[in-house]
Design a binder for this molecule. Structure first.
Ligand SMILES: Nc1nc2c(ncn2[C@@H]2O[C@H](COP(=O)(O)OP(=O)(O)OP(=O)(O)O)[C@@H](O)[C@H]2O)c(=O)[nH]1
Ligand SMILES: O=C([O-])CC(=O)C(=O)O
Ligand SMILES: [Mn+2]
Length: 628
């Protein structure tokens, strides 16, 4: 930012001590907000972290211009060719800071059992002492940005506010895409004297007097910490994705799941889409898949069958509550896409490509083309002859290594999606007719299975499994249980989380409960290929789902639920036979014997909070296999 930038230095009263009057609507020379709790927190954090200056983010276009200019000067961002990627930038992280760090993610509830066996836990007092030590002086030499944000609608009955304090301008620019931030939010917070989630972030790379910065400051030591009782977030050491954009996984899933438990709603790792049938009937479908298992792709799906239309409401996070009529209503609390780049291409996901092509995007860890554009594996069928890879090295198609990091991402405003459903803008959300649970499994799990009933559907969700992906640090391709795709995101005990689903839905209108389905786009055939083409062709599975809701499509009963008959999936225009479908939905008793052992082991890990209803479902499933 230049000399006239709107930097506020607070004096001991939390007032702006800069002598120049500022033209910011947020600031001016008076205190930048009348929200006393916020002022007090900002002052406390500034004292702890010792930044050179404090800057209140207003969210304006001009502010974003100067921030991104500054990031380009600092070498953090590369400005892309404005003709092909207007107002868009590429960032390259430290090679050790490329994904969420689950090992270093903590739920520090007062009682250990409240965090449950799926979360890392440390005594909150001990953790606070550790974090206070790490954050002391951690912003020296840097600007401390104060980013007021709201997840979900500002016009919601009970808007969910947060304030992220960060020393990363990259985080500010990314949060601006992912959430509604700035002055409007701050004014509403003041008007309501609202509670906000204090979300503190530092890259953990203070600068000594005169020390030069690096393009991607971060620390080897990383801590992503949530305190459920006061609903605060402390994130240290990483600048990337879900570790640093605290409105996303940290707030809208981990902290929100706790709020949802206490307030009677659901915060889930789900996409939401709108499906219109050839008869012009609208259906809303939500789907929970683990990270890098196809949410964004399904949410932006381009149907390959005549007459069916898909529109997008959300691609990652869904907040749901039961409405007045007992129907389940869903909203997307986010304002942007933070999508996996590799595999997103003109043939697999043209809607995402069109949204990206409108610009206003930040790409992280993708490759650069010679004409100032970006590229990643799967964007085009043929790789460009020459690239600069995500590590800054020369790359040619024979390099023998990917040009983009497997967890490279595009960050793009959601309203650039041409197929965004109008209902995205409705604070009351949409009624959900079907919920899909899905994972990445080479074997065992059929292409699609309809749960017998709601409780069996929750059972399916509770035993969901998937091979690990590059979205989190650690080994890739290992099968792990991931209940409702929430394993890394439940803010409290996993058994209590499942009970919350059961209890909440128990009070709903049972007639209006969505139908639940288990899907697997990733099953392999004997020759190693995918058993199902996936992507746009998943519309054929969605069609079967809707026809099941309407009682029109055929199914075969298996021990795990109902699967399509070979000819009940529309294969028009596909080079596939009904026998291929039968293979893709096959329930193999041998594979399921192993699976049941896996589920047994999984359920044993829960301890006393696992709901009896789910243990009963498992016993019934075993019986059905035994007598099949
Ligand atoms: N074979 C196959 N691959 C798919 C399909 N859908 C998505 N993928 C691939 O799976 C990867 C992840 O897909 P995304 O849609 O970005 O996954 P996501 O669930 O949104 O991931 P997060 O944003 O990390 O939560 C990409 O490389 C896709 O190309 C599918 O139907 N079939
Ligand atoms: O949180 C992130 O870094 C990216 C993401 O969406 C996920 O991993 O599910
Ligand atoms: Mn996604």
């Amino acid at each position: 930012m230049g000399d006239d930038a709107r930097q506020l230095v607070l004096d001991e009263n939390g007032e702006n001590a800069a002598s120049q009057p500022l033209d910011s609507t947020t600031g001016g020379t008076a205190a930048p907000t009348t929200h006393q709790a916020l002022l007090a927190w900002v002052k406390e954090v500034a004292e702890l972290t010792q930044p050179d200056r404090v800057y209140w983010v207003d969210g304006s276009e001009e502010e974003n211009q100067s921030l991104t200019d500054e990031l380009v000067d600092a070498g953090t961002l590369v400005r892309l060719n404005p003709e092909t990627f207007p107002n868009s930038f590429a960032a390259f992280s430290d090679p050790k800071d490329v994904a969420r760090v689950e090992e270093q993610t903590f739920i520090c509830s007062e009682k250990r059992e409240d965090a449950g066996f799926t979360n890392n836990w440390m005594d909150p007092g001990e953790m606070r002492a550790k974090l206070n030590g790490l954050f002391a002086g951690s912003m020296r030499g840097r600007t401390m940005y104060v980013v007021p944000f709201v997840m979900g609608h500002l016009a919601a009955e009970d808007p969910k506010f947060g304030v992220e304090i960060t020393d990363s301008a990259y985080v500010v620019a990314s949060m601006r895409i992912m959430a509604n931030i700035g002055t409007d939010v701050l004014r509403k917070m003041e008007e309501l004297d609202a509670f906000f989630v204090p979300a503190l972030h530092s890259v953990g790379f203070p600068l000594a007097e005169g020390e030069a910065d690096v393009p991607w400051p971060c620390s080897d030591e990383k801590w992503i910490v949530h305190f459920p009782e006061d609903r605060s977030i402390w994130s240290y050491g990483s600048g990337y994705g879900g570790n640093a954009l605290l409105g996303k996984k940290c707030y809208a899933l981990r902290i929100a799941s706790i709020m949802a438990r206490d307030e009677g709603w659901l915060a889930e790792h789900m996409l939401i889409l709108k499906l219109t049938s050839p008869e012009k009937k609208d259906y809303f479908v939500s789907a929970a898949f683990p990270s890098a298992c196809g949410k964004t792709n399904l949410a932006l799906l381009d149907p390959t069958i005549e007459g069916w239309k898909v529109e997008t409401l959300g691609d990652d996070i869904t907040w749901m509550r039961f409405g007045k009529e007992g129907e389940l209503r869903a909203v997307n609390p986010e304002a942007g896409l933070f999508g996996v780049a590799p595999g997103t291409g003109w043939s697999t996901n043209p809607n995402a490509m069109r949204a990206i092509a409108k610009g206003n995007s930040i790409f992280t860890n993708v490759a650069l083309t010679d004409d100032g554009g970006v590229w990643w594996e799967g964007m085009t069928d043929e790789a460009p002859a020459h690239l600069i890879d995500w590590l800054g090295q020369e790359w040619t198609p024979d390099a023998g290594r990917p040009a983009a990091h497997p967890n490279s991402r595009f960050c793009t405003p959601i309203d650039q999606i041409d197929m965004l459903a109008d209902e995205y803008h409705s604070p009351n959300g949409v009624p959900v007719s079907a919920i899909l649970f899905g994972g990445r499994r080479k074997t065992t799990v059929p292409l699609v299975t309809e749960a017998r009933d709601w409780a069996s559907g929750i059972f399916m969700g509770s035993t969901l499994s998937s091979e690990t992906t590059a979205a989190a640090a650690g080994q890739v391709g290992v099968v792990r249980r991931d209940p409702m795709a929430m394993l890394p995101f439940m803010g409290y005990d996993a058994g209590d989380y499942l009970r919350h689903w059961i209890e909440l839905s128990g009070k709903a209108n049972q007639e209006k409960l969505p139908k639940i389905f288990l899907v697997n786009w990733f099953r392999r055939t004997a020759d190693g290929g995918f058993a199902w083409p996936g992507f746009g062709d998943n519309s054929r599975v969605l069609k079967w789902v809707i026809e099941r809701l309407e009682g029109k499509a055929d199914a075969v009963e298996t021990p795990i639920g109902f699967v399509p008959t070979g000819d009940s999936i529309d294969l028009t225009g596909l080079d596939m036979t009904p026998e291929d479908v039968e293979q893709a939905v096959r329930v193999d008793p041998q594979e399921w014997a192993t699976e049941l052992d896996g589920i047994d082991e999984w359920y044993h890990r829960f301890g006393p909070t696992l709901p009896q209803e789910l243990k009963d479902r498992l016993a019934e499933l075993k019986d059905r296999f035994a007598t099949a």
